[in-house]
Design a protein around this ligand. Structure first.
Ligand SMILES: [Zn+2]
Length: 256
């Protein structure tokens, strides 16, 4: 690290759990953030500020006036522009050291597979079930840690599926339905503005811990927030041995 980096990251380096070693790990890391909306904004902003070396952020939407109530990476003067371009401006403004790869495309599974291949962690900050299931299948196939978040109305949830470990549950173990009938896009639902900030920040915390290998992650737990009561609940998750996504993979791995 050069002198500027030592200063920029000094409050991290002062933490004995992080130090120069942890910070250098962040600088060498690459994270894929799927979605540049309400969750993707705080996740990507904190990962960039923290010094994660490379961020690939994908989203095929443009900035709309109705986004600005909660999607804090965007601003009024960027209405009508691509969310990924807007996010890149914000992120490099916070930290020009970070290489931001902004992809404004529709993400299908084969493209996600390509993008996630050389990352250290994948953050699901998407707003629809088909993408969530695709991201989960990709992370299971590539054995990447998946940091999943969702927020709607006053309720939020976060889970970590550390799919580097064969015994970890996956998103599909938790939500085995294909979700076609439960495709409640945040685009048409009410969302309390700071709720996405809370959930996105917890996703950023878990991602950074995974990258530096510190603390205990939420792996195997689902954390639920009731924002109106301001109550958190934590539920232990079990791997479903008959899971169509990770169960089959485990058998294949066992047969290898
Ligand atoms: Zn599973």
């Amino acid at each position: 690290m050069n002198d500027d980096q030592l200063l920029r990251y000094s409050r991290h380096i002062l933490l004995p759990e992080i130090g120069i070693r942890g910070q250098e790990r962040l600088i060498r890391s690459h994270v894929l953030v799927v979605g540049a909306g309400g969750l993707g904004s705080p996740v990507a902003m904190y990962l960039a500020a923290s010094g994660v070396g490379r961020l690939t952020i994908c989203d095929n939407d443009t900035v709309d006036l109705t986004n600005l109530q909660r999607q804090i990476a965007h601003s009024t003067d960027r209405i009508g522009t691509r969310k990924t371009d807007s996010a890149k401006k914000t992120l490099t403004g916070i930290n020009p050291e970070v290489k931001v790869i902004a992809l404004s495309e529709r993400m299908d599974e084969s493209r996600l597979l390509q993008l996630a291949a050389d990352t250290d962690a994948v953050v699901d900050a998407s707003d629809n079930f088909p993408t969530r299931y695709a991201v989960n299948r990709v992370c299971t196939a590539l054995r990447k840690p998946l940091i999943s978040g969702a927020a709607v109305r006053f309720d939020g949830q976060i889970a970590v599926f550390d799919l580097r470990h064969a015994h970890s549950p996956c998103y599909h173990c938790l939500f085995p339905a294909d979700g076609e009938d439960q495709d409640m896009r945040c685009a048409v639902m009410g969302v309390f503005a700071p709720l996405v900030g809370i959930i996105g920040c917890v996703q950023a915390v878990e991602t950074l811990k995974i990258l530096m290998n510190i603390g205990q992650t939420l792996n195997g737990r689902l954390l639920l927030l009731d924002g109106l009561a301001m109550e958190w609940r934590s539920i232990m998750l079990d791997k479903d041995s008959s899971c169509r996504v990770c169960g089959v993979m485990t058998e294949e791995r066992a047969a290898e």
